[in-house]
Design a protein around this ligand. Structure first.
Ligand SMILES: [Zn+2]
Ligand SMILES: [Zn+2]
Length: 306
């Protein structure tokens, strides 16, 4: 039987039951289906079977489907969560308490006025219809939460992309009171010990942003100078000269608020038993000794408090 005699919708539905490896195999084996490999409508239809409606700019639906991310993404997060925020006028932030703000478009009038602990027990704000919310508390500042998946979103690259866009669309993002609260949170992240290797120039721009009143944004984190063309970390980089270390919580904050392009940061713990990186690791030990002997003087973190 020629598979193309089956209606397109039914064919796409059947193929949707296969995993992405099997689909690629089927497309390569059947001459009547090979053309689907370059058919974005086909890949879009497969992505939609997982209720995912967005992808990263300048990527294809095929990229998204074959990355296998669709299986791990929250199906409740939609472009409308971002678009609704973008339509709202800029406003002031006058809250000093922890907040959980509903991001559902049907609920926009309540944005900024939600009660926290009784949030979902409120009949008008049940977890079934008001799933996507922004957390603004002491531990999870600026995280996007799904009450149906019971998780903070941003586990895949595509989810991280939309979470970043949602945060950048918040109507109170530039309000001075909000910026002050945000900087307090970021300084705590900066001060925490960490093992993740990030570009020192970006790190210094970040500390300058947190210290200065002129609010010059550090921009997107790009670690590409720390990597070779083959994608591996360079072995000639040094702590304090080419890179600095941040913790896991700081890293996920940076990814969702500032965004990361290129290589995922490596943890220095992964390097300690690799001979190629003994010089890199040596620079970490030197820093530890310096901190111990100089009682932390000279560390860029302390520039903040001087
Ligand atoms: Zn969800
Ligand atoms: Zn709501």
């Amino acid at each position: 039987m020629d598979l193309l005699t089956i209606p397109k919708e039914i064919l796409f539905h059947i193929l949707g039951f296969l995993d992405h490896h099997d689909i690629l195999t089927v497309l390569s084996l059947s001459s009547s289906l090979t053309h689907l490999y370059n058919d974005e409508d086909f890949w879009h239809a497969l992505v939609l079977t997982h209720n995912i409606t967005y992808r990263i700019d300048n990527t294809t639906w095929r990229d998204l489907y074959t990355s296998n991310e669709t299986l791990k993404m929250c199906p409740h997060l939609q472009l409308s969560h971002r678009d609704n925020l973008q339509r709202q006028p800029k406003r002031q932030w006058d809250e000093d308490t922890d907040r959980l703000l509903c991001l559902e478009p049907s609920c926009c009038s309540e944005l900024g006025n939600a009660a926290e602990s009784s949030y979902y027990s409120n009949r008008n704000h049940d977890a079934l219809h008001h799933r996507i919310a922004l957390k603004l508390d002491q531990c999870q500042f600026l995280t996007v939460w799904c009450s149906a998946c019971q998780t903070c979103l941003g586990k895949t690259k595509t989810e991280q992309y939309l979470v970043h866009q949602i945060i950048q669309s918040l109507p109170f993002l530039d309000d001075p009171t909000f910026v002050r609260r945000r900087k307090e949170f970021e300084i705590r992240l900066l001060m925490a010990n960490g093992t993740y290797i990030i570009d020192r120039a970006w790190f210094l721009a970040w500390t300058a942003y947190l210290r200065d009143a002129n609010n010059e944004y550090p921009g997107v984190l790009d670690n590409s100078k720390l990597y070779r063309e083959d994608g591996r970390l360079r072995s000639d980089i040094k702590l304090g000269e080419h890179f600095e270390l941040i913790g896991q919580q700081a890293l996920s904050y940076i990814i969702r608020v500032y965004r990361l392009v290129g290589n995922d940061p490596v943890s220095s713990l992964e390097l300690q038993h690799q001979a190629e990186y003994c010089q890199v690791y040596h620079s970490l030990l030197l820093r530890q000794q310096m901190l111990y002997h100089r009682r932390y003087r000279g560390h860029p973190i302390l520039v903040l408090s001087e």
